[in-house]
Design a protein around this ligand. Structure first.
Ligand code: PGA
Length: 251
């Protein structure tokens, strides 16, 4: 059985003092949890102070983005090496907000994944369709295309974690029907097996989009949902801890 991962994507929230408080509160709530990988992804500015708090706990650190070059004249960008030096183990790549607001293409995402793996980070690759694409019946084609675009020519593919995040469900309070989400997770697993020769049993695919304590259980019960990428609900230590406890089978 695949181990659940619950990852919190804080997005552009939490100044350092707030980030420290939230992390400390979370540690209190989840430090005796077993059998779940717990990841928090604060903004870049909070990575270092948050890492100090979680260093000797079971919580692991991730970033929300990175650039694919190693260093140099790329004003405002952050390289994978910098993230490693702040204590990051994971990095979210290709989140729909990066694709939408910052014009990230499948090609950018492909290069970011490659670099992340090279520097020893575990990428969490996000894919998902818009409402228009869903209504037009294009969900499978879009998701397949994003997976193929990101995965082509990658090495060490088994390091990569996947997240299916239907865009219409992100931050909207709408969640995909668990069975519908599960069928897309199956599709992703199938593409990775068929086109990229990966072992489906070992691939972890998280679901993201308005996950909260009240819907986490039914989502996590689905055969192909291996955890959650949680946005809004990860900003509340108690709520996020509740989701983690559900994954651990403790509530
Ligand atoms: P949400 O965000 O939980 O606030 O919908 C999820 C995400 O964007 O990763």
């Amino acid at each position: 059985m695949r181990k659940f991962m619950i990852a919190g994507n804080w997005k552009m929230n939490k100044e350092n003092d707030e980030a420290i408080d939230l992390t400390a509160e979370l540690v209190k709530n989840v430090n005796d949890i077993k059998n779940v990988d717990i990841v928090i992804c604060p903004p870049f500015t909070a990575l270092f102070p948050v890492n100090k708090i979680i260093k000797s706990t079971i919580i692991e650190l991730g970033a929300q983005n990175m650039f694919y070059e190693e260093k140099g004249a790329f004003t405002g960008e952050i390289s994978g090496n910098f993230l490693v030096s702040c204590g990051c183990k994971y990095v979210i790549i290709g989140h729909s907000e990066r694709r939408k607001y910052f014009g990230e293409s499948d090609n950018d995402i492909n290069k970011k994944i490659k670099r992340a793996v090279e520097v020893g980070l575990i990428p969490i690759l996000c894919v998902g369709e818009t409402l228009e694409q869903r209504e037009a019946g294009h969900t499978e084609e879009v998701v397949r295309g994003e997976i193929i675009g990101a995965m082509e020519n990658q090495v060490n593919k088994e390091k990569i974690i996947f997240a299916y995040e239907p865009i219409w469900a992100i931050g909207t309070g709408k969640t995909a029907q668990p069975a519908d989400a599960n069928s897309i997770h199956k599709l992703i697993r199938g593409v990775l097996e068929a086109d990229f020769e990966m072992n489906g049993d070992n691939i972890r695919i998280l679901y993201g989009g308005s996950v909260k304590p009240s819907n986490a259980e039914i989502l996590l019960q689905q055969s192909d949902i291996d955890g959650s990428l949680v946005g809004g609900a990860s900003l509340d230590a108690k709520g996020f801890a509740d989701i983690i406890k559900i994954a651990a089978g403790e509530s």
